[in-house]
Design a protein around this ligand. Structure first.
Ligand code: AMP
Ligand code: MG
Length: 352
């Protein structure tokens, strides 16, 4: 299949862009797939109410079919058709946080095929704020099922070029809307349980959710090492975001961390292994690795979130074999950063 790439400026959706979005909408309505930008990461979209489209999404990504997709909508009214009932909590959260990087789990109606929910009776729903995404949803009939637009297991794409890298020839169209603003996938909250539970941390923090709803619980598997306990979001059990080389996170006092990483790097370099470090503005100058990537300043977690997935992909491009990353605070967005980093490292953490 030939993949068309359309470039659209989110801040200037002109006639040409409208035509491209109409064409993309037609592709989705006809059962095809379109990769598109959202504020979190790029999504791989198909018609959420068409079981054949969901099957195609799994096939294009190489994703296991028990890993449910998120359904993207453009307005609140659209919820009525796809859920049994809209919980009060959903209205409260939507009021403040939609459109935006929050996904809510609700009980699904018969309109949503099991192919989209990975066989579950619940459905994950998000209303993205990216204007290209919102218009594409409207043009596509209102419901786009979209996981992140990467091959299964790889870091989520934060720029269209990474979608091309993974999905060229596997989808009908890729919409290039530039680099995304957030860089980590949405926060997922389950509203089908008595106390709403965070299943995946993201840009929307526990504190933001608590301020709106009061009591919130959190899936204990989010930051713990792989164990016998299954995460509640089925997708979180899979190896994710992993670079091709070996990644270890090093935790401890900053000077100690830098010293330990440099010792390890010298050893690896002596053995002819290509090394890399995920550093911060504060420490980047102190490392001696072959490839040093600065994720941003420790004072700006949003910058670190935005850069993380791209850095993991750049290590692959530069064929780095052994990588070390500093650890980050697990407060606020730091929790989402550490969750992704731990998965990328297969939970390999060294405390110094
Ligand atoms: P991605 O589309 O790559 O961002 O992955 C979507 C995430 O949402 C995966 O971790 C899924 O397991 C999770 N998810 C989607 N639907 C549900 C659901 N009904 N219940 C729990 N988790 C879900
Ligand atoms: Mg994903």
């Amino acid at each position: 299949m030939e993949t068309i790439v359309e470039v659209i400026d989110e801040l200037n959706i002109d006639d040409k862009a409208c035509m491209a979005l109409e064409k993309a909408g037609e592709i989705i309505k006809n059962g095809g797939l379109v990769a598109f930008p959202t504020e979190t990461v790029y999504g791989l979209g198909g018609d959420a109410l068409n079981p054949e489209s969901s099957k195609k999404i799994y096939a294009a990504k190489g994703r296991p079919s028990d890993n449910p997709l998120i359904v993207h909508v453009a307005d609140m009214q659209s919820l009525e058709k796809i859920v049994k009932e809209i919980p009060d909590a959903a209205y409260k959260l939507a009021d403040v946080l939609w459109p935006g990087p929050l996904t809510m789990i609700m009980n699904k109606s018969d309109a949503v095929p099991y192919e989209t929910t990975g066989g579950l009776d619940t459905v994950a729903i998000r209303m993205p704020s990216n204007k290209i995404a919102a218009e594409l949803i409207r043009q596509s009939g209102g419901y786009i099922a979209a996981p992140s637009a990467n091959l299964s297991g790889r870091p989520s794409p934060t720029e269209a070029k990474y979608c091309v890298e993974d999905l060229n020839g596997r989808v009908e169209m890729i919409i290039d809307g530039g680099a995304v603003g957030i860089g980590l996938e949405s926060t997922i909250i389950d509203l089908t349980v008595d106390t709403p539970m965070i299943l995946r941390p993201g840009y929307v923090t526990k504190k933001m959710l608590e301020d709106i709803l009061g009591g919130i619980s959190i899936d204990k598997t989010i930051l713990s090492a792989e164990s016998g306990v299954k995460p509640k979001a089925p997708g979180m059990k899979y190896r994710h975001y992993a670079p091709k080389g070996d990644l270890t996170i090093v935790e401890g006092e900053p000077l100690q961390v830098t010293k330990y990483i440099n010792e390890q790097i010298m050893q690896h370099i002596a053995e002819g292994v290509k090394t890399g470090v995920i550093a911060t503005t504060e420490t980047a100058g102190l490392y001696k690795a072959d490839v040093i990537k600065c994720a941003g300043s420790r004072d700006d977690e949003e910058e670190i979130a935005r850069n993380l997935f791209s850095i993991l992909r750049q290590f692959d491009d530069e064929q780095v074999e052994c990588m070390f990353s500093e650890a980050f605070d697990e407060n606020g967005i730091g929790q989402a950063i550490m969750n992704r980093l731990l998965k990328a490292a297969g939970h390999k953490v060294i405390k110094v």
